[in-house]
Design a protein around this ligand. Structure first.
Ligand SMILES: CCCCCCCCCCC/C=C/C(=O)SCCNC(=O)CCNC(=O)[C@H](O)C(C)(C)COP(=O)(O)OP(=O)(O)OC[C@H]1O[C@@H](n2cnc3c(N)ncnc32)[C@H](O)[C@@H]1OP(=O)(O)O
Ligand SMILES: NC(=O)C1=CN([C@@H]2O[C@H](COP(=O)(O)OP(=O)(O)OC[C@H]3O[C@@H](n4cnc5c(N)ncnc54)[C@H](OP(=O)(O)O)[C@@H]3O)[C@@H](O)[C@H]2O)C=CC1
Length: 271
């Protein structure tokens, strides 16, 4: 089992879904976590949860699109925990919209959160690590459509692809500082945010499920585990990589054989 004992990380979008599960996982592995998001309430709930388990956490409301707010979050994390060993870029905004109906503002909202927000956080945290001479790791949560593309998600797909390019570029540029950068690409994962944004009704949910060979959604803690692994020293030689955990979805659907959602097919369990 990997350990993150004594380390300190900033997790964006850390109040809900995959971000909250990741923050809990990092804390369970011994790390201190600063959770960042726009709304204070969900962040406070995660902090209370972590502290109930004997861990250390700080809530810092901030919009990742605002570079000054992100700088302040990184300062607050350093002031509270005395060090920064890395970052989880998890905050995102998304909705399904046919590209020809996507407004300039709709494009901007998603690209600003996903791509510019990731840069704001990555540069703020890495500059402090470089200054302190602290090696560490950065993990960004992306999506497989960063390389497959997916109709209805042009803003998010383009922004996530930008995050992949950022990750690979900086993995080489900052290797000299001992900073590793990687991505986790989850498949459809059971979270309120994604449910509301991407599969709001039962029919959509069934369509998404039918596209996953393992025939189930991922759970947020399952994804948080993988983020913890990539941050840990067990992944010390892994940089510039994408860890895909999508139940086989991005490999494409089968042409021969029974449909994935066939009632006779076994459902793979989360354990
Ligand atoms: C068919 C798809 C199934 C694919 C299955 C593939 C496998 C799964 C892969 C999933 C990968 C990724 C998942 C996720 O990212 S899930 C995360 C979801 N969580 C969230 O989105 C939470 C945060 N969301 C938000 O904050 C908002 O939704 C938003 C992104 C819009 C940003 O909020 P903000 O307050 O900044 O912005 P506004 O509300 O002012 O809106 C800005 C403009 O965007 C337009 N807009 C908003 N929603 C829609 C919509 N549903 N359709 C069209 N346009 C929309 C809005 O109108 C504004 O534009 P205008 O000013 O021009 O009106
Ligand atoms: N669930 C899924 O199926 C998949 C998710 N992903 C990725 O996983 C990550 C987490 O998604 P998920 O947990 O499902 O969804 P959530 O909606 O639960 O998570 C998004 C988080 O980002 C925060 N956030 C949004 N905008 C901003 C902003 N401008 N500044 C700071 N924080 C912000 C939200 O908090 P607040 O609103 O308070 O700011 C929220 O906590 C995302 O990167 C998503 O793209 C990838 C593949 C599949």
């Amino acid at each position: 089992m990997e350990s993150l004992a004594g380390r300190a990380y900033l997790v964006t979008g850390g109040g809900t879904g995959i971000g909250a599960a990741t923050a809990r996982r990092l804390a369970a592995l011994g790390a201190s976590v600063t959770v960042v998001g726009r709304r204070g309430e969900p962040l406070d709930a995660v902090v209370a949860d972590v502290e109930r388990q004997g861990g250390h956490a700080l809530a810092h409301p901030a919009d990742v699109r605002d570079p000054a707010a992100v700088e302040a979050a990184a300062d607050a994390a350093l002031a509270r925990f005395g060090r920064l060993d890395g970052l989880v870029n998890n905050a995102a905004g998304n909705f399904v919209a046919p590209a020809e109906r996507l407004s300039a503002n709709g494009w901007r909202a998603v690209v600003d959160i996903v791509l510019n927000g990731t840069w704001n956080c990555t540069s703020a945290v890495a500059r402090r690590m470089i200054e302190a001479g602290t090696p560490g790791a950065i993990v960004s949560v992306i999506a497989t459509y960063a390389w497959t593309g997916h109709p209805g998600t042009v803003h998010s797909a383009a922004a996530k692809a930008g995050v992949v390019a950022m990750t690979r570029t900086l993995a080489v540029e900052w290797a000299r500082y001992g900073i590793r950068l990687n991505c986790v690409a989850p498949g459809p994962t059971e979270t309120e945010g994604a449910g509301a944004a991407l599969w709001a009704d039962d029919a959509d949910r069934e369509r998404v499920l039918a596209s996953v060979p393992l025939n189930r959604f991922a759970s947020a803690p399952e994804v948080g585990d993988l983020v913890g692994l990539l941050l840990s020293d067990r992944a010390g030689y892994v940089t510039g990589s994408i860890l895909t955990a999508d139940g086989g979805q991005s490999l494409g659907t089968q042409i021969y054989g029974p449909p994935i959602a066939d009632a006779a097919a076994p459902t793979a369990s989360a354990q």
